[in-house]
Design a protein around this ligand. Structure first.
Ligand SMILES: Nc1nc2c(ncn2[C@@H]2O[C@H](COP(=O)(O)OP(=O)(O)O)[C@@H](O)[C@H]2O)c(=O)[nH]1
Ligand SMILES: Nc1ncnc2c1ncn2[C@@H]1O[C@H](COP(=O)(O)OP(=O)(O)O)[C@@H](O)[C@H]1O
Length: 213
């Protein structure tokens, strides 16, 4: 469970966490598990032109948009970042991220690498986590088992996966999703550590430093 490092005075801004990783690695599964055990983490819901999969809900999994609607969101500068991925557009609504961070709450963005790099330019203080599969064979197996993609789409996603993993160096942390609960625990451990960074408590720590000098 994330905490506030035992201080009563909370750092003003929430932490922005970006979780990326190849299609099928288990980002969605790990995020759902995190949702259940980390109540104080807010999830950014993206806009996409991709069609809904069975069971996906508007406003919960994505805001499903036509290409025209998506392009006008770009034009109105409503997206913090956006990217084209395997033939569809995906983007992060900007206002929700801003208001969540301003309210002092942590927010997690589950987005692909190109978008993550754009976010890093705007929020270098964000925490960038890359989720890896135990192996590429296991990754392909997971996409096949999920049963949502055609053979062509699986090939495209595996090609995209290789390109994405090549950009791992831009991330702060690499986590292997061998078992969902372990991957979850690792992300929680990262959040705990980030909450203890001294930079987040400078006004409080300043008083301590004045007392000890
Ligand atoms: N740049 C960007 N990527 C996103 C966004 N939302 C989702 N994605 C990424 O788009 C990719 C495809 O997502 P999706 O079609 O749901 O497939 P899945 O991740 O294989 O289940 C994944 O890597 C997502 O993390 C977004 O708002 N911006
Ligand atoms: N640690 C894991 N071990 C085995 N299977 C997993 C694991 N994590 C996720 N999966 C399975 O892999 C498939 C892809 O997971 P999903 O969350 O849809 O990936 P992503 O959101 O990264 O595309 C799903 O069928 C899911 O149940």
């Amino acid at each position: 469970m994330t905490n506030n490092n035992g201080w009563t005075q909370k750092s003003d801004k929430g932490i922005l966490i970006v979780l990326s990783g190849p299609s099928g690695v288990g980002k969605g599964t790990v995020c759902s598990a995190l949702r259940q055990c980390t109540s104080d983490l807010v999830y950014s819901v993206s806009a996409t032109t991709r069609s809904p999969r069975a069971g996906e809900q508007e406003g919960v999994n994505y805001f499903f948009k036509s290409k025209e609607q998506f392009l006008s969101m770009i034009e109105r500068d409503e997206l913090l970042e956006w990217a084209e991925y395997v033939g569809n557009y995906y983007g992060t609504p900007r206002e929700f991220v801003r208001s969540t961070l301003d309210a002092g709450k942590d927010i997690i963005l589950e987005i692909e690498v190109q978008g993550a790099l754009k976010v890093k330019q705007k929020f270098p203080e964000g925490v960038f986590i890359f989720l890896l599969p135990p192996s590429l064979d296991e990754l392909e197996q997971r996409i096949v088992t999920r049963g949502t993609d055609s053979m062509d789409a699986i090939r495209s996603r595996m090609n995209a996966a290789r390109e994405e993993i090549a950009l791992l160096e831009h991330y702060d942390y690499a986590i292997v999703n061998d078992r969902v609960e372990l991957a979850c625990q690792r992300i929680q451990a990262i959040l705990e550590a980030e909450h203890c960074k001294k930079e987040r408590y400078l006004p409080v720590l300043q008083k301590w430093l004045e007392e000890v000098h």
